[in-house]
Design a protein around this ligand. Structure first.
Ligand code: AGP
Length: 585
């Protein structure tokens, strides 16, 4: 998490960095800050709590500066207050950091400094200072900043991308990284750094740093060194254009993104026609075992993938949380395929899970929405969902796209025609739900989402959406599980949302509805079946092939969560404590 942005070039460094931080705000928004070099060559620091916008009032945009580094924070160590907010500093260094220094406590106890913050990041500033002093005492020659950085870097454990300004040489930005992305870009007479390539616009050269690389950046040059401080000739990377699907104005990103679902599906349907997609769909059958990994919503998409691939390929498919997969005893080898699903392509847990799979010899298929992301570089096979950037913290169109992608893969692998009526049906459904009065459930206090098989996945995802942006307690259950414990929680304060799209098990979920109604719960049913006319609350889904109805059944639940969040006076785009891209483990 956390966003890093830096600029070196003309006079408008403060403007560029503020602007870049706004684009990176999805990575964290509990505080932000900028360190810049003023016209006298002095390092100045500005910090602010809350959204990046709050920083605006503290910046004098007329002040000339040609170098600045900035940070938007998602707190890991220490609460979001001014002292913990980045940039952090020591006598000779000001820096911003993304990631976690795992051995920060050990380092803190070894370093004889007074610490002003609770962060792991301040340790980096003090460690650099310590190495500066050591070098100055042991040498009467001019000391090299690269050696100071290298000696410090060697002591750090964990994941980090760091950008720093050095008091003795304020004409450059220095960066280094391990297990956390950092990109450098160049134009005529100006250079940029960012933790997300997509936050940098209109440059003609882009470089992605490898772990342990150190770079020195000037306004018209970039020098990259390996861990032994040998200057390396880094290959440029290509920045693929991101597709902004619609320019239509909506009150919130989340609402915009839900309404982009039909176009997103169209884009994926086009992807199904490509040779790459066809080849991958044929290839997956050759693998002995297939495991799908992901986190949060992407994990739920993986669960859908498990059900659909098991059904069509008729073999056992495994679905795992990335954060568990990377630590458990995995039995995996070169005959196996691991599919990583991720909107951002930067989720640390999924990156580690895929790296682990690769280290065991397995092949990796990445399904992501973000073309230039870290995961794309780990992939043996790659599918870009191409649904346009998603800024709302709650994953909506990306989830639907992941499900459709997995459905498409499953169909093509057995030569089944891919259903595309889902595209028009999603448009129809969006229009219909607009009329639904979600407000009638706002007095409820407990929310349970239930379903079986494919519908259980929708139930898990619906519950996650609601708790994520409305802060109400909600649970997703396989409908058959209610009676094994959770039923004791059901009373008249409960709303039970039942998703029923699978004919073969419809009756079973109806039993669960009777059970909760008998205990006083109100029920909302999401279904395409006509059998529920007698119930008060129904959202009717379009009649399409059951196997792909999961693409549609989640839409009302996304809108339910969105409306609930608004009703509570919250901002659904920026839920507390969360960030769009979770780049820490
Ligand atoms: C979903 O609404 C969440 N914001 C979260 O669960 C997210 O899906 C998860 O962190 C995985 O992100 P990724 O798809 O970018 O890997």
């Amino acid at each position: 998490m956390c966003g890093i942005y830096g600029y070196i070039g003309k006079e408008k460094a403060l403007f560029h960095v503020f602007d870049g931080l706004k684009r990176l705000e999805y990575r964290g928004y509990d505080s932000s800050g900028i360190a810049y070099v003023d016209k006298n060559g002095k390092i100045k620091i500005i910090k602010s709590i809350g959204e990046v916008e709050n920083l605006k009032n503290k910046i004098n945009f007329c002040e000339k500066s040609n170098l600045a580094i900035g940070h938007t924070r998602w707190a890991t160590h220490g609460k979001p207050d001014i002292k913990n907010c980045h940039p952090h500093f020591s006598e000779h260094f000001a820096l911003v950091h993304n990631g976690i220094i795992e051995n920060y406590k050990d380092l803190k106890s070894q370093l004889n400094y007074k610490f002003y913050s609770e962060t792991d990041t301040e340790v980096i500033a003090k460690l650099l200072e310590e190495n500066y002093k050591k070098l100055i005492n042991n040498s009467n020659k001019e000391i090299s900043i690269l050696n100071i950085i290298k000696n410090s870097l060697d002591k750090l454990k964990g994941s980090f991308a760091v950008a720093l300004i050095y008091k003795n040489n304020p004409q450059n930005i220095y960066v280094f990284k391990k297990n956390s992305p950092l990109v450098i870009a160049k134009n005529n007479q100006e250079s940029f750094i960012s933790s997300d390539i997509n936050a940098i616009n209109n440059c003609f050269e882009y470089y992605s740093l490898s772990d342990m690389d150190i770079a020195e950046i000037g306004e018209n040059y970039i020098k990259i060194y390996d861990e032994n401080l040998n200057l390396i000739n880094k290959k440029k990377i290509k920045k693929k254009a991101l597709n902004y699907l619609t320019s239509k104005k909506y009150s919130h990103n989340m609402l915009k993104e839900i309404n982009e679902i039909p176009i997103a599906l169209e884009h994926i349907y086009k992807e199904f026609q490509t040779k790459n997609f066809f080849n991958i769909s044929k290839k997956i059958k050759e693998y002995k075992n297939i495991t799908i990994v992901g986190c949060g919503t992407a994990y739920h998409a993986g669960l859908y993938g498990k059900y659909i691939l098991e059904k069509y390929l008729n073999k056992k498919i495994y679905s795992e949380l990335s954060s568990e997969f990377k630590y458990k005893n995995i039995i995996i080898n070169k005959n196996d395929l691991v599919i990583g699903i991720s909107q951002s392509g930067e989720t640390a847990d999924t990156i580690s899970a895929l790296e682990r799979a690769k280290s065991k010899g397995a092949s990796v298929l990445v399904i992501t929405n973000t073309p230039n992301s870290t995961m794309t570089r780990l992939a043996d096979y790659l599918i870009i969902c191409n649904t346009g950037p998603e800024f709302g913290v709650a994953a909506t169109k990306s989830y639907v796209s992941q499900i459709y992608t997995l459905y498409g893969l499953a169909c093509l692998s057995i030569n089944k025609k891919i259903n595309n009526s889902v595209i028009n049906s999603s448009k129809k459904l969006l229009k219909e739900i607009d009329k639904f009065e979600f407000c009638k459930f706002y007095n409820k206090e407990k929310f349970f989402f239930i379903g079986r098989l494919f519908d259980s996945v929708t139930a898990f995802e619906g519950a996650l959406k609601l708790k994520e942006i409305s802060y109400v307690h909600s649970e997703g259950y396989c409908a058959g599980e209610l009676k094994h414990g959770t039923l004791s929680l059901i009373d008249e304060k409960s709303l039970v949302i039942a998703i029923i799209t699978q004919d073969s098990i419809k009756e079973k979920t109806i039993n669960a509805i009777h059970e909760v109604k008998a205990r006083g719960a109100e029920v909302l049913v999401i279904t395409q079946f006509k059998d529920f006319k007698q119930l008060d609350n129904i959202i009717e889904l379009p009649l399409i092939e059951e196997d792909i109805l999961s693409v549609l059944s989640i839409i009302p639940l996304q809108l339910f969560a969105f409306n609930f969040s608004l009703m509570k006076g919250l901002n659904p785009d920026k839920p507390r404590n969360l960030a769009k891209s979770v780049t820490v483990e």
